[in-house]
Write a protein that binds this ligand. Structure first.
Ligand SMILES: Nc1nc2c(ncn2[C@@H]2O[C@H](COP(=O)(O)OP(=O)(O)OP(=O)(O)O)[C@@H](O)[C@H]2O)c(=O)[nH]1
Ligand SMILES: [Mg+2]
Ligand SMILES: [Zn+2]
Length: 296
């Protein structure tokens, strides 16, 4: 059969091998993938693709080069991440640290949103978040229920394409609804006993505003391993250590066992939060173990 046209567009949703591709003129094509692109993990939400249109049949046949890509959450071409935490479920700041490393690796922006500001314990969490991450990311306080801080979030993402990321049930989909002003995303509940979320969102989906701003709602997660690299480079992704690194006596100091270490001194003086540094040590340890076993 002759090919009618080849169209270009962006994948805005992918569920079970079916993709929604939005073309430049706003049309949504329902597509399947071809050949190698059918394999798991070959296509990301956010990908710009070439689509062959044959009457009613639309087939993705090519992916254009990606500007950025993340595996957790699974998105591409984003300009930045809004990491969401809340008092419940209990925040996992090691997960936040890892997401920030991913942002720096990909050269994209990072904001931290402390959601559910109507809940007890949020002030302490917000203060801790500003202390730990204030020099790395914009930290904001929001409430998806009553709309507090949502305007500020809108300003951060304005004119760009961000994804929301974080644990299940922190309120990512609720924030998308608050931004849109309508309940377009399904939201979940928190288990009474476990205090954990139930993984309500099962696929990534991009929502676009009239001014071209885009936000991707994503699936919550609690486990995430950064792709392995030599542990000696881990510290270079801690940009809040930058100011103190020059005070280290040894070049290539990992700020772990070395003497005369500027980073350790800054921790002693309270300039680098102790909790952030201790999580760095934990991640460094994890990386070392994985690095030693890298050949099986
Ligand atoms: N009190 C309060 N509850 C909120 C707020 N935002 C979200 N919630 C509640 O938190 C629960 C989880 O919200 P979701 O938006 O489904 O969370 P999610 O991060 O999208 O979760 P996953 O899709 O599983 O990753 C729901 O019961 C929401 O009503 C908020 O600002 N304040
Ligand atoms: Mg959700
Ligand atoms: Zn050092």
């Amino acid at each position: 059969m002759a090919i009618d046209t080849v169209r270009q567009g962006q994948i805005i949703k992918g569920v079970a091998g079916k993709y929604s591709v939005k073309t430049d003129n706003g049309e949504i094509l329902r597509c399947f993938a071809r050949g190698k692109l059918r394999e798991n993990g070959a296509l990301y939400v956010g990908d710009y693709v070439d689509v062959e249109v044959n009457g009613k049949e639309c087939v993705i046949k090519d992916v254009l080069p990606r500007k950025s890509m993340l595996v957790r959450p699974y998105v591409s071409n984003i300009d930045g991440i809004v990491i969401v935490i809340s008092p419940v479920p209990k925040p996992d700041l090691l997960l936040v640290d890892k997401l920030i490393i991913s942002c720096i690796q990909q050269g994209i922006d990072c904001a931290l949103c402390v959601n559910k500001c109507d809940m007890p314990g949020v002030d302490e969490l917000y203060e801790a978040a500003k202390k730990e991450y204030g020099s790395i990311a914009t930290v904001i306080l929001t409430c998806a229920e009553d709309g507090r801080g949502v305007e500020e979030l809108k300003n951060i993402i304005s004119g760009r394409y961000y994804c929301l990321a974080g644990q299940s049930a922190v309120g990512k989909s609720s924030l998308v609804n608050a931004l849109v002003g309508d309940k377009i995303m399904e939201t979940g509940e928190i288990g009474e006993k476990s205090g954990r979320g139930k993984h309500t969102t099962r696929h990534v989906e991009i929502v676009e505003f009239e001014d071209g701003t885009k936000i991707a709602d994503t699936c919550g997660f609690s486990m995430f391993e950064i792709p392995l690299f030599d542990p000696m480079f881990l510290e270079s992704y801690y940009i809040d250590f930058d100011k103190y690194r020059e005070n280290c006596r040894f070049r290539g100091c990992t700020h772990t066992v070395e003497e005369c270490c500027g980073v350790k001194e800054a921790v002693e003086l309270g300039e680098i939060p102790k909790e952030r540094y201790e999580r760095y040590l934990k991640l460094y340890e994890e990386f070392n173990k994985r690095w030693e076993k890298r050949y099986g």
